[in-house]
Design a protein around this ligand. Structure first.
Ligand SMILES: [Zn+2]
Length: 504
């Protein structure tokens, strides 16, 4: 009964499919909307604010998607349930809408309080959506807002850059990375709505639970993150405690999987690269085993690795993508190849991005230099004879003099993607490697374990990283941070020889 009520309140259970037929999308019972009996009394003639009975434990996204694969169009009805994130009543709520940064690509048909008869006024400018509430949302109270939107998926790599166009399609498939209406984090008294740049990962979002239904054509295989159930054309995903929900789709995917220690790793390859599935799966399996043992558990039952038409890898929650160009030239054995290194790198982001969150815009080194160090850690563990090759090939490269720049700047501070990669990924790894030599690799592993355990499901700052190190080491590392960092940094006294302004 509750399910039926939720459907009629949302008016979001019936979609018109791409071929024009009416198709049912189920409502997941555990995420059904429960509206409060005590509506906030309207002031003047303003309509009531429909509050939720109880604040959800985390922000909850429910997405019903109809994928028009041939046209590259996503139609979606979305609901976000969230609690007032500010310490004051809020009259406006803000959202980041990444696909809207392309003029004409994104259409927002409707925004309303879930269950309300009338839509809400909104403005959508520079990929930031501002929604005006009829009444201020009180402190500690929760609300559900429903959206109806559609967007055209861009063709792959129209924009260069690391992470640049992570919602795009090519001749063999598509990927939707940051593609929906994302509640902006509320940080230091304001909504966090960073502008897009084609450098780094220009995205931000907070931990949330996801329930997603995707209706796709019969011949299309969908690969979304989290627990999957699949019936005919309908794919359902349930993904708790995630930074983002991504999915890929292709009518050519060849699927292979392996299960170890309760984690099923699934590889989706285009036919020409299926022969490498075993190597990718073994690599991912080893990476999960190593990082779980050293730092802490992988949080989900599944990990999906999807091939895309892009030229790079990208991390999401419970899912990583590997660009098709990274498979090229792999001979089907050995570890001296981009395919192996990138797989390890992206898998390691499940630890340093998903579980331990960080600000990818202001402090991209905090997950990227660590992910790079995870590659080196992996090679030393499983391919010690190739570790020096890895360092020479990926870090020093053909022109070691290009490896320069402070590693700790924001994505806006690097002139282009190349300078960003040289500083954050390559020189960032050199910093991590120097740190491991100073502390010993074993002590750095212990510090990273503390950092992982303490900052799980939180957003770490550089201070949290150095605090964890200071718990396991008392060597002075201030000469290293002076050499590699440009921003003011107050190290703990234990690892800065009691410098004048050190933190106790
Ligand atoms: Zn990375």
């Amino acid at each position: 009964m509750l399910v039926v009520l939720a459907c009629s309140l949302l008016a979001s259970c019936v979609r018109v499919g791409s071929a024009g037929e009416i198709t049912e999308l189920p409502e997941s019972p555990e995420s059904s909307l429960k509206l409060s009996g005590d509506l906030l009394q309207p002031l003047d003639s303003a309509p009531a604010l429909l509050l939720l009975d109880e604040p959800p434990p985390r922000t909850t996204y429910v997405l019903n998607v109809t994928l028009d694969y041939a046209a590259g169009v996503v139609n979606a009805q979305q609901r976000i349930e969230f609690t007032n994130p500010a310490g004051e009543p809020l009259k406006q709520i803000r959202f980041n809408v990444p696909p809207a940064r392309r003029a004409g690509a994104f259409t927002l048909h409707d925004v309303r309080l879930s269950g309300a008869a009338e839509p809400l006024p909104f403005t959508l400018k520079d990929a930031v959506l501002t929604v005006d509430l009829p009444q201020p949302l009180p402190v500690g109270k929760a609300l559900s807002i429903s959206f109806d939107f559609a967007f055209r998926i861009a063709l792959q790599e129209l924009v260069d850059g690391i992470g640049g166009d992570d919602t795009s399609r090519g001749p063999q498939g598509l990927i939707c990375g940051h593609w929906y209406v994302m509640l902006a984090p509320f940080v230091n008294g304001d909504w966090y709505t960073p502008r897009f740049v084609p450098v780094g990962d220009p995205y931000t979002s907070e931990l949330a639970d996801y329930e997603v239904n995707i209706l796709a054509p019969q011949d299309v295989i969908v690969a979304g993150a989290g627990d999957e159930s699949h019936s005919g054309r309908l794919w359902h995903y349930s993904l708790p405690r995630a930074r983002v929900f991504a999915f890929a789709a292709s009518n050519q995917y060849q699927v292979d999987q392996v299960t170890r220690d309760g984690v099923t790793i699934i590889h989706y390859a285009y036919p020409q690269h299926r022969a490498f599935a075993e190597d990718v799966l073994i690599t991912a399996e080893r990476a999960v085993a190593l990082f779980s043992r050293l730092y802490g558990e992988y949080p989900y039952r599944t990990l999906r690795i999807v091939e895309t038409g892009r030229s790079q890898g990208q991390e999401y929650s419970g899912l990583v993508s590997i660009g098709t160009t990274l498979y090229q030239g792999y001979r089907g054995s050995g570890a001296r190849h981009d395919l192996i290194a990138t797989t390890v790198h992206e898998v390691s982001h499940q630890w340093w991005f998903n579980v331990v969150g960080s600000d990818q815009i202001q402090s991209p080194w905090l997950d990227e230099a660590l992910a790079r160090y995870m590659e080196l850690r992996f090679y030393r563990e499983y391919y010690p004879a190739d570790a020096d090759w890895w360092y020479a090939y990926f870090i020093l490269g053909k022109d070691p003099s290009a490896v320069r720049g402070a590693i700790d700047l924001s994505i806006y501070d690097y002139p282009d993607a190349r300078a960003y990669v040289n500083a954050v990924y390559r020189r960032g790894l050199i910093f991590m490697n120097e740190l491991s030599k100073r502390l010993t690799p074993a002590v750095l592993d212990e510090a990273l374990r503390t950092y992982y355990q303490r900052m799980s499901y939180r957003v770490a700052q550089p201070d949290d990283f150095f605090d964890a190190i200071a718990e396991h080491a008392d060597k002075d590392i201030s000469d290293l941070t002076r050499a590699y960092f440009a921003r003011p940094l107050r190290l703990p006294c234990r690892i800065s020889a009691g410098a004048a302004n050190c933190r106790h």
